[in-house]
Design a protein around this ligand. Sequence first.
Ligand code: PRP
Ligand code: URA
Length: 209
Amino acid sequence: MGKVVVLDHPLIKHKLTFIRDKNTGSKDFRELVKEVSMLMAYEVTRDLPLEEIEIETPICKTKSQVISGKKVGLVPILRAGLGMVDGMLNLIPAAKVGHIGLYRDPETFKPVEYYCKLPQDIEERDLIVLDPMLATGGSAVAAIQFLKDRGAKNIKLMNLIAAPEGIEAVTAAHPDVDIYVANVDEKLNEHAYIIPGLGDAGDRLFGTK
Ligand code: PRP
Ligand code: URA
C-alpha cells in the first residue's frame, strides 16, 4: 500500500492559509502555489539516491555526495498542475516535464482527456504527478493510469489539498503510488468541491471563471 505523507511544516501551513483565502488574487495565489510546491519538493525528493565524487576544496581533496544520475519527470495535470511546475523546477532543474490535459465533466465529475505529451523515456524516470487538488480522485487515477499504460513504473502524486475520498480512490486504484499532500481536508460537497478547500484551483490561478 502506498504511503500518504502530510507535509505539515509551519511555512506550508502559513502559505496554505493565504492560498485558501478568497480575497487572495491570482498574482499572489500563483506565487504562493509556487512557493508551497518548492517547499514540498524538498520532501518529495528525500529518497533520491546519492553517490560520492571526489572534489578539491581550497584546502584539500575530499569526497562529497551528489545526486546520482536519477532521472526525474514532472507531470502536471492541466490546467491547475501548471502552477506547481516552476517551484519544482527551481529545485530539480534537470527534470523533464510531461503534460496531461484533463478536465472534470461538470455533470458526471468524470475526467475527460484532451492532451497528452510526455518525455520519450518515461519508463526510466521517477515521475511526480502534480495537481493542487485531489477531490474525487478521478483525474489523478486517470492520469496515473495513462502513465502506467505508457510504461511508467515509478510514480508519486503531489497535491496541495486532498479530500479523504480522493486519497481512498488513488490508494485503491494505484496502491504502488505514494501521495504527498500539504493538507487533508474534511470532505467533498455535493458538487464534488473540497470543503473547506480553496475553490476552483484552475480559475484562481488563471483568473478565469
Ligand atoms: C481540477 C483539479 C484536478 C481535478 C480534481 O481540475 O485541478 O485536476 O479538478 O478533481 P477530481 O479529483 O475530482 O478529479 P479541473 O477539472 O477543474 O480542470 P482545470 O485544472 O482545467 O481547471
Ligand atoms: N477541483 C478544484 O479545483 N477544486 C475542488 O475543490 C475540486 C476539484
